[in-house]
Ligand binder design. Structure first.
Ligand code: SF4
Ligand code: MSK
Length: 632
């Protein structure tokens, strides 16, 4: 049989082989059946916004349909599609943020959800001018939560978190009318403007997309991150392991998959419940082994060291091990394919969110009012399923990697304090990092984020790009499935310092960090925004002046489009490894990859080869250094 190479990850390859042997289909098989993707769709040239269509525009100028039935041009159709993708991504992250704000609003001293980080709450209360003197901490929390919830629908004003950006950036937004208002309003405006017969100006639609994207990064995502830290703790460096080798043959294996920590935090507690551990023993298991997948894994590994089972493309492979008693999901990035697949094994596929019911799954609604009890009921199901495991089908690959995770901005600062000269510097700032960048010991920083996509060899884009960057003294911060690729490839271990250039390796040794820093889940890209804002303020420049770049080498989701857009709109050049569906419009391509720079000081670059992308990113970093007059 012809050997297909899907991944650079040996575990993924081993399990893909098992799937082939057992006649089980995976995403790679379905991709193959898809054959050549639709050329119209690939270039963004189809519109099905109204029932006069669908309309598709010929990619050849002067030949075939050049306009939709309503007269919309290719530029307008592509701009509308792009704006809708941004709106969908923004809605998804922001609804996550809203849910977490609701959880803070219901937190109470004797409840399941409590305040873990009072300091972070009080800092935010001060930032938002909430009275804190002589008040119960829970009253303060509820008021702060209510203010956050109003950010979604307030009739007037701009988003509060935009104030965290440096003054120069705020002026750019002000000048270009990109200071975003209420989160829901920005999303609704895009849905309105892209309706048949409304906005038909491609440039203006991209502008609307840029403004809405800020409602993601500086709105819903930032609320998600801040409030999760307040509720569940600010991440600090901790050890973990990554890849499907974290599954245990003699334990009940439970995988939490999805995004919101309100569920996964309770699952962590439930998996430690003495009664359920006893039950596990009674069914013949040595314990309960909880691990995570996709961004839920990032949330619980950053705060508890829960092991990372894998990233997006590995969700089916987890079931294929035959050793998973239950895969528990909430929202986003969950393949519906898990429903038929789990029927081939004993694995229970349990959905928990009213927002993401999946035909063929068992739905056990997670009720936040009785969160721990709900979580325990779900874990009990998994434990009782252990006896149904078919040992003949079990194959757990041995490979797993060691990683250090948990680099919140606060954690990075406290690591940097190790090199602070107490007579010269105050601690608790990013100044040592700014100094290292200014002196050229570290040339710059890159945020490498985003998904897996079967158009790219699994993890190849992430890992090769990161390796090339650190080799050239560019420190890498990462989130999402990219972070998990790095963890599996060993780039988050201290040994990875030997892959770094001399300057970066020295800094990593002094500060005791790996060269690739795990900053969390996709919503935690807001941590990167806070980090670059503080760096820019320290160096007294705009974010767009910093020798800082971004990349999403294997992106696939609408969320990733929203992220890329807010990163560019925040002033950071962003490299995409997968071509977005906009190439049918020269005008849109020109705005995104060229003119955006005149507006927001940054633009998109598209480069599928990670080595070439790394070189381009390094050149960009060097250009920015030169413009700032930093050491060559
Ligand atoms: Fe066709 Fe215009 Fe309707 Fe789109 S909105 S489907 S281009 S008629
Ligand atoms: S989980 S959005 S595949 S990073 Fe956030 Fe991974 Fe992309 Fe989902």
């Amino acid at each position: 049989m012809e050997e297909k190479i899907y991944s650079i990850d040996p575990v993924t390859e081993e399990l893909a082989r098992k799937a082939e042997k057992e006649g089980i289909e995976t995403l790679w098989d379905r991709k193959k059946v898809m054959k050549t993707p639709c050329g119209f769709g690939e270039q963004g040239l189809c519109c099905r916004i109204c029932a006069m269509g669908p309309c598709r525009i010929s990619p050849t100028e002067g030949k075939g349909a050049q306009k939709g039935i309503c007269g919309a041009t290719a530029d307008v159709i592509i701009a509308r599609n792009l704006a809708r993708m941004i709106a969908a991504g923004t809605a998804t992250h922001s609804d996550h943020g809203r849910d977490i704000a609701h959880v803070l609003h219901m937190a109470k001293r004797d409840g399941n959800y409590k305040i873990t980080d009072e300091k972070k709450l009080l800092n935010l209360a001060k930032e938002w001018e909430v009275e804190i003197e002589n008040r119960d901490i829970y009253d303060i929390a509820h008021e702060v939560a209510e203010i956050a919830l109003n950010e979604f629908g307030k009739p007037f004003g701009t988003l509060r978190f935009l104030e965290r950006a440096p003054e120069q950036r705020k002026s750019v937004w002000e000048k270009n009318d990109i200071r975003t208002g209420a989160i829901d309003k920005e999303i609704a405006t895009i849905m309105h403007s892209t309706h048949i017969g409304c906005c038909a100006d491609a440039k203006d639609l991209v502008h609307k997309g840029m403004r809405a994207s800020l409602a993601d990064g500086w709105g819903g995502s930032m609320i998600g991150t801040e409030f999760s830290d307040i509720l569940f703790g600010v991440p600090v460096p901790r050890e973990t392991e990554a890849n499907l080798g974290v599954l245990e043959e003699d334990q009940v294996n439970i995988i939490v998959h999805g995004h919101e920590p309100s569920l996964s935090e309770m699952m962590v507690l439930a998996a430690e419940d003495p009664e359920l551990l006893q039950l596990a023993k009674e069914v013949g298991a040595k314990g309960i082994n909880l691990s995570g997948m996709c961004c839920t894994a990032n949330e619980v590994t950053m705060r508890h060291g829960v092991k990372i089972a894998g990233n997006l493309n590995q969700q089916e492979l987890a079931v294929l091990t035959g050793a998973v008693e239950a895969i528990i999901v909430d929202v986003q990035c969950i393949f519906p394919a898990l429903a038929p697949l789990t029927k081939c094994y004993h694995t229970k596929f349990i959905t928990t969110s009213p927002k993401a019911k999946i035909t063929g799954a068992t739905h056990m609604e997670f009720e936040e009012e009785k969160a721990l009890q709900s979580a325990k009921e779900i874990v009990r199901e998994a434990v009782l399923n252990f006896k149904n495991r078919d040992t003949k089908k079990v194959f757990i690959p041995k490979t797993k990697s060691h990683a250090v995770v948990g680099y919140s901005v606060e954690a990075i600062k406290s690591q940097l304090d190790r090199v602070v000269n107490s007579q010269l510097d105050e601690g608790g700032t990013l100044k040592p990092l700014a100094d290292c960048i200014a002196s050229g010991v570290i040339r710059g920083a890159a945020g490498v984020v985003g998904c897996n996509n079967p158009k790219v060899k699994h993890d190849y884009g992430h890992v090769e790009l990161m390796k090339e960057l650190i080799k050239n003294d560019v420190i890498v911060v990462t989130t999402g499935c990219a972070a998990q690729a790095a963890a599996k490839a060993g780039l988050m271990s201290k040994e990875a310092r030997k892959l770094a250039g001399k300057g970066l390796a020295k800094v990593c040794e002094l500060v005791d960090i790996p060269p690739v820093l795990h900053m969390g889940s996709c919503v935690d890209i807001s941590r990167i925004l806070v980090l670059v804002s503080e760096l820019a303020k320290l160096l007294k420049v705009d974010i767009s002046d910093l020798p800082v770049v971004g990349a999403a080498p294997e992106w696939m989701s609408e969320k990733a489009i929203a992220i890329g857009t807010y990163v560019v709109t925040s002033g950071i050049d962003t490299w995409l490894g997968v071509v977005p569906p906009v190439t049918g419009s020269d005008i849109i391509v020109d705005i995104l990859t060229n003119k955006a720079e005149d507006i927001v000081g940054a633009k998109f670059h598209v480069e599928p080869d990670p080595h070439k992308a790394a070189q381009q990113m390094i050149e960009r970093i060097e250009e920015k250094r030169e413009a700032l007059g930093l050491a060559t």
